[in-house]
Design a protein around this ligand. Structure first.
Ligand SMILES: Nc1ncnc2c1ncn2[C@@H]1O[C@H](COP(=O)(O)OP(=O)(O)O)[C@@H](O)[C@H]1O
Ligand SMILES: [Mg+2]
Length: 194
């Protein structure tokens, strides 16, 4: 159950709480009970984000949300390492590539219109499972292939390997995505953006 009252002001005293991270839209603090609180700095993106988390609540790829207030939300703390950092250190293996593909398949299953996520918003947990923090525009932006993710994997020099695994693991998605991904990467290279 999510306790929701969009008029309620933040009742938590954050003076002694550790600041876990700060993005463009919010500040995230660790609460004494081990959950995190995100204080929204931008009303529109705050509302967009809690609506997505409400909708996918209980899905294993996203932190569970327990409370929503006027400009704050309390959610499960995601532990582990940022995927891009993990890949930089350990590279990518078949198991990890398949985990990423399974996650993208889940996005299709739950009818996201944007089948994409940034590498820096994926966390790999100690047990190897993936979780996404900071989901954005998943039900509003139209994106039928993992563009941002591919760009991240390309920069980490593991995109070719990822596509190799994709071809073997899910030929339907390979057929659907590989041309679009390669075209996008070529365009970016031409613009010297990669
Ligand atoms: N559920 C969470 N568990 C642990 N850390 C989190 C969680 N949500 C956010 N963070 C940390 O806080 C930072 C900012 O949160 P984020 O949701 O990305 O804000 P913004 O929308 O402003 O980008 C993240 O980059 C991450 O380091
Ligand atoms: Mg962010």
């Amino acid at each position: 159950m999510i306790e929701k009252n969009i008029y309620k002001k933040n009742p938590y005293d954050l003076t002694n709480c550790k600041l876990l991270g700060k993005g463009h839209n919010g500040e995230v603090y660790l609460l004494p009970d081990g959950k995190v609180i995100k204080i929204g700095l931008n009303n529109k993106s705050f509302t967009g984000e809690y609506r997505i988390l409400e909708r996918v609540n209980g899905n294993k790829y996203f932190p569970k949300i327990s409370e929503i207030g006027s400009n704050y939300m309390v959610r499960e703390c995601v532990h582990g390492k940022i995927l891009s950092k993990h890949i930089k250190k350990n590279g990518m293996d078949k198991n990890l590539a398949c985990k990423i593909i399974d996650m993208l398949k889940e996005f299709e299953k739950i009818k996201f219109s944007k089948i994409d996520v940034r590498c820096k918003d994926i966390f790999i947990q100690e047990d190897g499972e993936l979780k996404v923090i900071d989901p954005k525009k998943c039900y509003s932006r139209q994106r039928n292939f993992p563009r941002h993710l591919s760009k991240g994997l390309y920069k980490l020099k593991v995109l070719d390997y990822f596509l190799e695994v994709l071809e073997e693991y899910d030929s339907r998605l390979y057929k659907k995505w590989s041309r679009k991904i390669n075209k996008y990467i070529k365009q970016r290279e031409k613009l010297s953006e990669l």
